[in-house]
Design a protein around this ligand. Structure first.
Ligand code: IMP
Length: 262
């Protein structure tokens, strides 16, 4: 089991990511579990990528751990991609999603419009350039809203080639086709490569050490113990190997994370 931190306070989103990544042996840890508090991060970007980067980089900086964040939203073609990056704020400002649906229906004059959900995942790591992965799910709007599942704009969106809204699908069905699932599969591909490159770096480092003095041999032995521990745990915590020592001693020891039920 591998672990990565998620920079989000949205419980639905955290749950969706946990469900999507679980079959790939990746545990998603909400940052609040580590920092023991919520952090207010202003999403001041003009694009989904800008906002995802802002969140991931801020939490990566605070925790010292590899962190991902997604920024997502609902874009209605007839309304020039509104509400887009304002999806959450718009619903909040008009007093909730039912009012947002009513407002959108009025703005569309009762017409149906092409629409899409977009998700961008930003993955921030210490001393590395933040990398982004985008997923889009195309479909159209429908009124009145239909379905009880999901969240946000799910009940007024029908993905193309499906006769049901997102809110009429089970979370398993939605997770197969959603914007977040598409962005996540790109992210997963990257994580696989990254895991391989981390392992390669580690084994190169240990073979260089073998040829040096006694002090360095101790490091090799420690490294070997660490590697063996990781092997026995089916490579649990590969991402935490990169943890800043300061963080580990000040905030949450890795061993504690292993015990936590997330
Ligand atoms: P974020 O948390 O800043 O990414 O805000 C995204 C907002 O877009 C959410 O609060 C919802 O209003 C909307 N949204 C994003 N993804 C979905 C989805 O899968 N279903 C429904 N609404 C979504």
């Amino acid at each position: 089991m591998y672990k990565v931190v998620i920079a989000s306070s949205n419980e639905n989103k955290i749950k969706e990511f946990q469900e999507i990544l679980k079959p790939f042996d990746i545990k998603v840890i909400p940052y609040q579990k580590l920092l023991k508090k919520d952090v207010e991060i202003e999403e001041s970007g003009k694009t989904f990528s800008d906002n995802a980067k802002i969140k991931a980089e801020a939490i990566c900086e605070m925790t010292g751990l590899s962190t991902f964040a997604d920024d997502s939203g609902f874009c209605i073609k007839e309304l020039d991609c509104f509400p887009g990056v304002f999806s959450a704020r718009f619903a909040e400002e008009v007093g909730g999603y039912q009012s947002a649906f009513e407002e959108i229906r009025k703005r569309l004059n009762g017409k149906c419009s092409d629409a899409k959900f977009v998700s961008v995942i930003a993955f921030a790591r210490k001393n590395e350039k933040t990398i982004c992965f985008e997923g889009t799910c195309y479909g159209f709007t429908i009124f009145p809203p239909r379905g009880e599942n999901g969240f946000g704009y799910d009940s007024i969106f029908v993905p193309n080639s499906f006769g049901r809204t997102f809110a009429e699908m089970t979370s398993e069905e939605k997770n197969l086709i959603s914007h977040r699932a598409i962005a996540t599969s790109k992210f997963l591909e990257f994580l696989e490569e990254w895991k391989n490159s981390l392992n390669k770096k580690r084994s190169e480092k240990s073979s260089v050490n073998k040829t040096t003095n006694e002090k360095e041999e101790t490091v090799v032995v420690e490294e070997k113990i660490l590697t063996e521990t990781i092997d026995t745990q089916k490579s649990d915590d590969v991402f935490e190997i990169e943890v800043d020592e300061k963080f580990v001693s000040n905030i949450a020891p890795v061993s504690q994370l292993e015990d936590e039920k997330v």
